[in-house]
Design a protein around this ligand. Sequence first.
Ligand code: ADP
Ligand code: MG
Length: 194
Amino acid sequence: INSNAAPVSFQNVTKVYGKDVVAVDTINLDIEAGKLVTLLGPSGCGKTTTLRLIAGLEMATQGKITIGGRDVTQLPATDRDVSMVFQSYALFPHMSVLENVSYGLNFSGFNKSEISDRAAAGLDLVGLRGYGERLPSELSGGQQQRVAVARALVLEPQVLLFDEPLSNLDAKLRRQVREEIREIQQNLGLTVVY
Ligand code: ADP
Ligand code: MG
C-alpha cells in the first residue's frame, strides 16, 4: 500500500450548530503529512466535530480548511479523500471480512482482482491474514475493530481519522490495537488524526 498522505490545515475555523452551539471556536491547526496527531479533551469539547469538519461531514461556519494545500472548505465528504474509523465500527454483518474490507474499493475504479489483492493486503497489515472468509460475528471485538481499520486503510486516503475507535475494547486489547495503529501509521507514513 502506497501512501497518499497529505497535510491538513485549519485557519480560524469555527463550527456553530444551530443558532448558538459553538462546538469549535476559531481553531488554527497545522497537521504535517505523515504525522499522527491526537486531539485530547473532555467530552463535548469539540473533538468529533473537528474530525467531521476534516471529513466534510460537517461544514465550517467560518474559516478555511485545506487538505494537501487544496481548499476543501466547501467540498462535501464524497469529494474529499478522507476515511474515518468510528467507535461503533459498523461492519456489515452479512458480508464476509474480505467483502467488508473491499467495500469502499468497489467504488474506486479498481478491477475485481485488484480489489481482492488490496483487501487481502489490508488484512495482512492488521494481522488478519486468513480471516477473509469469516463473518464479523465469528471474530472477537478487537479483530472486528482491526477489520474496520483495514477497511479504511485500503482506500489509501490523504487523511485517516479515528474517533475513539477503541473505547469498546477492554484495556489490554485497547493498548494492543492502539500500538498496531501507530505502527501501521509509521510504516505507511499516513496522516492520522486520532
Ligand atoms: P466531543 O467529541 O469532544 O465529545 P463533539 O464535537 O461531539 O465533542 O461536541 C461538541 C459540542 O457540540 C457539544 O456541546 C455537543 O453537544 C455539540 N454538538 C455536537 N453535535 C451536534 C449536533 N449535531 N447538533 C447540535 N449540537 C451538537
Ligand atoms: Mg466525540
